[in-house]
Design a protein around this ligand. Structure first.
Ligand code: EPS
Length: 387
């Protein structure tokens, strides 16, 4: 997948390559996915302007994929207010105001200005903006259609905001998802505490980060590879989660907790199953062993730093004068962790779909489905052969 587009340019574009033919895509489901990303307590005024809808420009006919690249376009409604600022040609407008010369600590502004030799950080921040994730979520919804057709399901929820953690002990995944989808922080527990943390940060002109979890169910064992380091699914998922804007940390299952425990408290015991390959007594490995899926739920977590645009700014340098100054402030979010979870789903879906297409025939959905079913049957037969 390739995406293009500036935050306040006319549109975002994604081109998704490699989708099998014959995958039914429901426009209402795509729209619902886009709406989930726009939700979230702590978002700024931009979300009042945008109504993210997806226009399909290639790769789809009468609601089914053709096997050709899928082009998706999401309009930036806010562009109407920025036409003279984000103009492809002409000269910069005489009036000033939308340039950014005081780079924000934590944002791509300063390093981008240096690297690309730009005097105005707007040339950097427009593309570094998390607005780009709308394009990835659009493409992700097409991939979700493929995974759903194979009974593979991807969900997410927020596990921490502003230092407040959700206590989900004892809740099933279904309960977690049901609760998380019912509120604008997308959390299964701790809503009031998290909301208060966002409100308090906002009142102080500050921002908060947090953590989200993406869970994939219905996967066969063996996706990914133990044969080459860069083909390990852990490695590819880490890259995907870390590609979500502002994510600075990632773990598979409770990896950081596991690091402080003994092996006997961490590893998932292997138990026989009456009809199928052995299963595990627990899933502390987060669904991956040796770089491959175990067949248990795949659990990926991302840690998002606080939004770097601060109403009460930190110190910075005015790049026009070289003098110390306050960092620039422009309209921004206080918290975007709920949206990051939805983006996390999209990027994880891409990795999982790619791994599926590597292991199983992928020209058409029906051949992919058959190939996967034969593989699962083979796993069962193999165990039957032992008894
Ligand atoms: C963003 C800044 C804000 C966010 C934006 C990401 O936009 P603006 O500068 O227009 O107020 O709202 O996120 C989105 C537009 C979106 O769709 O998620 C940033 O600097 O990363």
């Amino acid at each position: 997948m390739l995406t293009a587009g500036e935050s306040h340019g006319p549109q975002l574009t994604a081109i998704l390559d490699g989708m099998p033919a014959g995958v039914p895509v429901d426009p209402d489901r795509v729209a619902a996915g886009m709406a989930r990303r726009q939700l979230g307590f702590g978002r700024g005024n931009r979300m009042q302007i945008e109504r993210d809808t997806v226009e399909f420009c290639s790769g789809l006919r009468f609601g089914e994929t053709l096997g050709s690249p899928v082009t998706l376009v999401v309009e930036n409604r806010d562009h109407a207010n920025w036409t003279h600022i984000l103009s492809a040609f002409g000269t910069p407008p005489a009036e000033r105001g939308r340039e950014l010369f005081r780079p924000r600590p934590g944002h791509a502004d300063l390093v981008g200005m240096l690297k690309y030799e730009r005097a105005d950080a707007r040339d950097i921040l427009e593309r570094a903006s998390a607005r780009e994730t709308a394009a990835r979520v659009a493409a992700g919804e097409v991939v979700r259609a493929l995974l759903s057709a194979l009974d593979i399901h991807v969900v997410s929820h927020v596990i921490a905001v502003g230092g407040e953690r959700a206590d989900v002990e004892g809740l099933s995944l279904e309960q977690i998802v049901e609760r998380a989808e019912a509120n604008d922080l997308r959390c299964a527990e701790g809503y009031d505490r998290m909301r208060a943390a966002v409100e308090a940060a906002g009142a102080d002109g500050d921002t908060v980060g947090g953590e989200f979890e993406v869970v994939v169910t219905g996967l066969p064992p063996g996706l990914g590879s133990s044969m080459a380091p860069d083909r390990k699914l852990d490695c590819r998922l880490a890259g995907a989660i870390m590609s979500v804007p502002a994510v600075k940390g990632m773990e598979i299952g409770p990896a950081f907790l596991n690091a402080g425990r003994r092996g006997s408290e961490v590893h998932d015991e292997i138990l026989p199953q009456s009809d199928g390959p052995p299963t595990r007594a627990s899933n502390r490995a987060g669904g991956l062993e040796g770089g491959m899926t175990t067949g248990l739920p795949l659990v990926c977590r991302g840690a998002m730093k606080p939004i770097s645009t601060l109403k009460k700014p930190l110190r910075s340098v005015n790049m026009q004068t070289g003098e110390i100054d306050k960092a620039a402030f422009e309209r921004s979010d206080i918290c975007a962790v709920p949206a990051a979870g939805v983006v996390g789903e999209a990027v994880v879906m891409m990795v999982v779909a790619e791994a599926l297409l590597e292991s199983f025939a992928g020209d058409t959905l029906s051949r992919l489905r058959d190939s996967l079913a034969r593989y699962r049957e083979g796993l069962r037969d193999r165990m039957r052969g032992l008894t």
